[in-house]
Write a protein that binds this ligand. Structure first.
Ligand code: MEV
Length: 316
């Protein structure tokens, strides 16, 4: 039996603008994970996802189904014509459609477990897992920037810029740990729909949206330096500025704004929505002293769950 897992993720700075080539910063949320287990079977490839209440044979699955697509890509990438009989069970602690990268984590975990089962451990590099996950993300997201699969596969904070021929993927130093509360509005929102709607707006008002995206990119650049130098208060202020630009993009929501406002009123250094928006999660930067008060304010103002994640030193 083989197990593999991959973490959830948050976008610290630059969501949406990153689709248009601006830099962004993301980090893994290691305490919520997707896990895939592969066991040998007598016949066929069986895909089981208890959280989604599904169990299906690969040969009968809709090829656009995320798990089936992952398996088809793995088969193509390994050059194996016929996959050996196996049962793949996927579970996830990451809520779906919540901005925490559940789809990318499920694909990455599945890719790792299956590739190990196939004895192709040579493929088990973050770069390979990320590239495979990206192919599957394209089915679901239309035009993903590549940041979600990158942070989930490398499992470290990254500065990311979409560019040809290779994306810029840079780890950076975290001089002072960032303590973040991640609060779920409980409202589900599909990345693909929100990304598509931003595209429509960008097509209709390209100059205004280009200026907003450039603003987000500049915030991400400044934030990277602030994180590297340990200027926590500035990181918080920049989160606030980024949230305001996301409001201008119309990707915030009443629920997200209420949580951002509640966090800041309770003393958070800064807060913003994280991920595609229109639902899902927001993040608030806190110190240990204020954590309890901000958590309470979030729960009182509609958060369904609040978890703490700490972004600490990075291997640079
Ligand atoms: C989703 O986590 C981040 C977005 O910028 C989409 C993407 O980068 O693919 C909204």
């Amino acid at each position: 039996m083989i197990h593999a897992s991959a973490p959830g993720k948050i976008i610290l700075f630059g969501e949406h603008a990153v689709v248009y080539g601006r830099p962004a910063i993301a980090a893994p949320v290691s305490q919520v994970r997707a896990t895939a287990t592969v066991t040998p079977a007598e016949t066929g490839v069986r895909l089981i996802a208890p959280d989604l209440n599904t169990a299906q044979w690969l040969h009968e699955a809709d090829p656009n189904d995320a798990l089936a697509a992952a398996l088809h890509h793995i088969r193509a990438a390994t050059g194996i014509e016929q996959l050996p009989p196996m049962t793949i069970t996927v579970t996830s602690q990451i809520p779906v459609a919540s901005g925490l990268g559940s789809g990318a984590a499920i694909t990455a975990a599945t890719a790792r477990a299956v590739v190990e089962f196939l004895g192709r451990t040579d493929l088990l590099t973050p770069a390979w897992v990320s590239a495979l996950t990206y192919e599957v993300e394209k089915i679901h997201h239309g035009t993903p920037s590549g940041i979600d699969n990158t942070v989930v596969a490398y499992e470290m904070p990254v500065y990311f810029m979409r560019q040809q021929p290779h994306n810029r993927i840079e780890p950076f130093a975290v001089a002072h740990p960032l303590r973040l509360l991640v609060a779920d509005t409980g409202v589900r929102s599909h990345t693909r729909d929100v990304v598509l709607d931003v595209r429509r707006q960008w097509e209709a008002e390209s100059a205004r949206f280009e200026a907003i995206f450039t603003g987000c990119g500049q915030i991400a650049e400044t934030a990277r330096r602030a994180i590297e130098q340990g200027h926590i208060a500035e990181v918080g202020r920049l989160m606030q500025e980024n949230h305001d630009l996301l409001v201008e993009m119309t990707v915030s929501s009443v629920e997200l704004d209420a949580l951002v406002q509640a966090a800041v009123s309770a003393g958070a250094l800064g807060a913003k929505l994280s991920g595609a928006g229109r639902g899902g999660n927001m993040i608030a930067l806190v110190t240990e002293d204020m954590e309890t008060a901000v958590r309470q304010a979030l729960l009182t103002n509609g958060a369904q769950t609040v978890l703490t994640t700490i972004i600490a030193h990075n291997a640079v």
